[in-house]
Design a protein around this ligand. Structure first.
Ligand SMILES: C[S@@+](CC[C@H](N)C(=O)[O-])C[C@H]1O[C@@H](n2cnc3c(N)ncnc32)[C@H](O)[C@@H]1O
Length: 231
């Protein structure tokens, strides 16, 4: 398991090129994946939303495009460089409802039951202790609150999985390394995806943290999975 400091370093070093690389490496699918994540949230509620591991703020930006979806909302991340990109992008929006804070997802400075909903896109896999992170999310969600998680998984179909492994193990570290100069970061991406407990195994951890109404929907042949649950 990677040390937290090393994970922060990875994201600090790729922050400026993170969005462009995401588009490129996912063939622009990441935009649609986040949209689908947001579609799982209840509409017209002006939700007080926490976007955990917000990175460059892509989930919050996408959520602001759905009228009436979010009220006062906050993006939290452990990497100042990623948050700086998020702030730059949202500054142009001039939306007073959105803020950002630098914090560790395992130790949030919010009171119990502070949020109507929590989203985590490609973030839970990076937390050093998945269960502890979910316990913390459970704590800050109000009773009946919604959790929506988007995370990489592995395709079920053997042929697709085989092709995906070639892409993930060789193309991603190579392209990521060439574009950012940080070969280690994109090797970490591949390793973290392969060892993350996805599907039923992840649903089990959600259940152990107290969540109910748990669903897992695999998207694009299982390359990503969207999990929803409520408190
Ligand atoms: C792959 S990025 C995802 C960013 C964004 N959610 C998106 O959809 O593009 C993962 C993010 O998790 C953050 N992160 C990693 N460990 C964290 C922790 N313990 N607490 C908060 N954020 C963390 C990283 O700094 C990084 O910005």
């Amino acid at each position: 398991m990677e040390h937290v400091g090393a994970i922060v370093q990875f994201f600090e070093s790729v922050a400026q090129r993170y969005d462009r690389l995401n588009r490129f490496l996912s063939f622009f699918s990441d935009i649609g994946w986040r949209k689908r994540l947001i579609q799982t949230l209840p509409k017209d509620h002006h939700l007080q939303l926490l976007d955990l591991a917000t990175g460059t703020g892509e989930v919050l930006l996408s959520a602001t495009k759905v009228k009436g979806l979010i009220g006062k909302s906050i993006g939290v991340d452990i990497s100042p460089a990623m948050l700086s990109q998020a702030s730059q992008k949202t500054r142009e929006l001039k939306d007073p409802h959105i803020g950002f804070a630098c914090a560790d997802g395992l130790n949030l400075a919010f009171a119990d039951q502070s949020f109507d909903a929590v989203t985590i896109a490609f973030g839970i896999r990076n937390m050093p202790d998945t269960k502890k992170a979910l316990d913390e999310v459970y704590r800050v969600l109000r009773p009946g609150g919604h959790l929506a998680i988007l995370e990489f998984s592995l395709p079920e179909c053997a042929y697709v999985r085989c092709l995906y492994f070639v892409y993930l193990r060789y193309a991603v570290p190579f392209l990521g390394g060439v574009f950012t100069g940080n070969w280690k970061a994109y090797r970490y991406l591949q390793q973290s995806i392969e060892r993350f407990p996805y599907g039923n195994a992840f649903c089990q951890i959600l259940e152990e943290s107290g969540f109910r109404n748990i669903t897992a929907k695999s998207v694009d042949c299982g390359i990503v999975t969207i999990y929803t649950a409520s408190k």
